[in-house]
Every structure is written in structure tokens, then in C-alpha cells.
Design a protein around this ligand. Structure first.
Ligand SMILES: Nc1ncnc2c1ncn2[C@@H]1O[C@H](COP(=O)(O)OP(=O)(O)OP(=O)(O)O)[C@@H](O)[C@H]1O
Ligand SMILES: [Mg+2]
Length: 355
């Protein structure tokens, strides 16, 4: 099912939780809503599910306006952070529960529950109670219960945040697998950028109720629309220093960081990904390199992280370990062309390279 938000606003008295959201989610995609706490992710999800009413604007499923439809008429499966399983029921009864309300015959309900359990790989656990399951298994039950109604849209609100780090990674891969097997249009809410980057077809980043950017994870990482998005994606985060551009020279303090065709900008933020630096060795690289003093050198197997400053701002560069750089060394660094981004010093919007 294709989802479209058309200038959707949701306000709680004076708080505008979602502000004029216009966004399209294509059929069959897994889309992550990403942003810091309070940016309106859950509110957007609850609006989709029908639990919250839109203050203005519309929600359309396959171009049909569903803004006025109650939750049970929207064909949605919902999974929350706290699995909300019924403790006195077995796994099987939990999964079958949504079908009871729909008066599906017992035999058919049992078969559908089994199919959903197989999809989520919990068919061996059907007779257990939730208290006899691990966190990951409980979340699988919650997903099976959401899928048993054959919803056309699956909504997940921070479904992995109660799980430990290892299980989180395992379960996010499982959610991706289940989504790809069922091809169900899925909206996944998280504030974990790595989780979002790793599983989604498309990212939607929000800040204070306002959509910042929507793009594939790669595209957003490579071309962040503004400084907020640039800082939100990537770990370790992007390095940001103040600077200016004049005659195609990108300068911060007394260093020329690179030459790139930009309009002249008096005051800008320069963002460079930690992996966007390299040690200049070739003549070509040396010509466009700049010198920094390594304050601290951290060797982590394959990678080495160099800590230094540009224009008094602490920066990190991740380079392939060579073993011959020590703390205190002066090194020639060059910036890889596509790893440097310029943002306006006032609006913080991206400034594009000139063609
Ligand atoms: N029922 C409500 N009544 C009043 N204000 C609300 C209500 N629900 C949410 N808000 C406010 O709307 C804004 C968005 O909240 P929302 O729960 O959508 O954020 P979120 O992005 O899901 O955050 P988190 O990552 O913490 O879950 C917040 O400022 C919140 O305080
Ligand atoms: Mg939330």
C-alpha cells in the first residue's frame, strides 16, 4: 500500500508535534522515521494507525483519504517497544487474539497463527507463555501478532530498544527479512541512525516536527540537505568546522582544506566525514594537502583514528592503519572530494558544488 502524507499537522494544544508533513512512502518499501527524542516520530506513526486524529492535512493510502477512518478499518499491524503481550495467554493464543475480534473460524485462525509464527521463526514456542521467552523471542511474537491479520501496512515504534546490543542487530536483520518476504509496506521508527541506515530503503529525518530530508541511506549520507542531517548520520559523527569559501578555496582558520567549485561564501560550516581524510602521499595529493599535528593516535586493528584540530575545533580522521604515525607527529592530510560538505553559516542549509 502506498502511503502519502499531504500537509499533515498534528497539534496537542500549543505543541505542534508534526508540522505540515508532506511525504510519500512507496508500496513495498521499508522506511525508517529517524530523529531525536520529541521530533514527532511516534505521533506520525499513531496518526497513520488512526490512534491520533490529524489536526489538518490528509493521510492517503493508495490515494484514498483515510484521515477519518478508525484504526480497525485501516488494515494496519502495529508493534511497540514494550511488546504488550498478554501474560496469561500462550504464544499461540497471543498471535491468534486479533483474529478472535474479527470472528475468524478457530481452525483457520490456528493455521494463520502457525504461518505467522513460521515466518517469525517461533513455531517451536507456540505453547509457551511470554514469561518463558527471551526479549527477542517476545518481540518476534509481537511481530507475528501484528502480521496475522494480513495487514497492508506494518508500523513498528522503536521495536528493538528493549533488547541488548547483539540481539538488536539480529532482530533488525530479522525484521528486514520478514519485510522482504512479505513485501509489506513498513514504517519503522527509531532514533538509532545506524539501525535505520542498515535496514531501510528510505530514510525520513525529522526535527522538531518538521521533515528535514527523505532519501535512500546512501544518498542522505553522501548529500545531507542541512547541517542537522549531516550531524545526525554517521558514527563517529561528521567533523564540523567554521570557515569560508573564496575563489573555490575552502578555508578554515589558516588552512586551505580543499579546492572545489563553490560560490563564494563568507561564513559557512565545513563538514568532513572522519573517513573522508587521507594521508597525502602522491604528488597530486600533497599539492592539495594541509598539515596538522596529531594530538592523539588510536590504533584499532585495521583502522587508525587520528585526533587533531582544525581552527581550534577537535577533529577525527579514520585512516587505514599503517603503524608509523605517532601522537605528536605532523602529518599531511588531504580531503577526499566527496567527503566535504558546505553548509550556510546562518541557515545551515547545504550549499551545492557548482557544475
Ligand atoms: N498526547 C500528547 N499530548 C501532548 N503532547 C504530546 C502528546 N504526544 C506527544 N506530544 C508532544 O509532541 C512532540 C512529539 O512527540 P513524539 O512522541 O511524537 O516524539 P518522538 O519523536 O516519538 O520521541 P521519542 O524518540 O522520545 O519517542 C513532543 O514534544 C511531545 O511532548
Ligand atoms: Mg516515540
Amino acid at each position: 500500500m502506498k502511503i502519502r502524507f499531504d500537509k499533515m499537522t498534528i497539534a496537542f494544544k500549543e505543541v505542534i508535534a508534526v508540522n505540515q508533513l508532506t511525504l510519500e512512502i512507496p508500496e513495498g518499501e521499508l522506511v525508517c522515521l529517524l530523529g531525536p527524542s520529541g521530533c514527532g516520530k511516534s505521533t506520525t506513526l499513531f496518526a497513520l494507525s488512526g490512534l491520533y486524529k490529524t489536526t489538518s492535512g490528509r493521510i492517503l493510502f493508495n490515494e484514498h483519504d483515510v484521515s477519518g477512518l478508525p484504526p480497525e478499518k485501516r488494515g494496519i499491524g502495529l508493534v511497540f517497544q514494550n511488546y504488550a503481550l498478554y501474560p496469561h495467554m500462550t504464544v499461540e493464543q497471543n498471535i491468534m487474539f486479533p483474529l478472535e475480534n474479527k470472528r475468524v473460524p478457530k481452525k483457520e485462525a490456528a493455521q494463520r497463527a502457525l504461518n505467522a509464527a513460521r515466518l517469525c521463526k517461533i513455531e517451536a514456542l507456540l505453547k509457551r507463555k511470554p514469561s518463558q521467552l527471551s526479549g527477542g523471542q517476545q518481540q518476534r511474537v509481537a511481530i507475528a501478532r501484528a502480521l496475522v491479520k494480513n495487514p497492508t501496512i506494518l508500523l513498528l515504534d522503536e521495536p528493538l530498544s528493549n533488547l541488548d546490543a547483539r540481539l538488536r542487530i539480529e532482530m533488525r536483520e530479522e525484521i528486514r527479512r520478514i519485510q522482504q518476504e512479505t513485501k509489506i509496506t513498513t514504517v519503522f521508527v527509531t532514533h538509532d541512525q545506524e539501525e535505520a541506515m542498515s535496514i531501510s530503503d528510505r530514510l525520513v529525518v525529522m526535527k522538531e516536527g518538521v521533515l528535514q530530508q527523505t532519501a535512500s541511506p546512501q544518498e542522505m549520507y553522501r548529500n545531507p540537505a542541512n547541517l542537522f542531517v549531516a550531524k545526525f548520520l554517521g558514527n563517529p559523527p561528521i567533523n564540523v568546522v567554521k570557515g569560508s569559501v573564496s575563489k573555490n578555496k575552502v578555508t578554515s582558520g589558516d588552512l586551505i582544506l580543499c579546492e572545489k567549485k563553490y560560490p563564494d561564501v563568507e561564513d559557512c560550516y565545513i563538514g568532513i566525514r572522519p573517513e573522508g581524510f587521507k594521508i597525502a602521499e602522491t604528488e597530486e595529493d600533497l599539492k592539495r594537502s594541509f598539515k596538522v599535528k596529531v594530538d592523539y593516535c588510536e590504533v584499532l586493528g585495521r583502522d587508525t583514528t587520528l585526533h587533531f584540530t582544525i581552527n581550534n575545533e577537535p577533529c577525527k580522521a579514520i585512516i587505514i592503519s599503517e603503524g608509523n604515525i605517532k601522537s605528536g607527529d605532523i602529518v599531511n592530510l588531504a580531503v577526499r572530494r566527496h567527503s566535504l560538505h558546505i553548509f550556510d553559516g546562518v541557515t545551515e542549509e547545504r550549499i551545492d558544488e557548482l557544475k
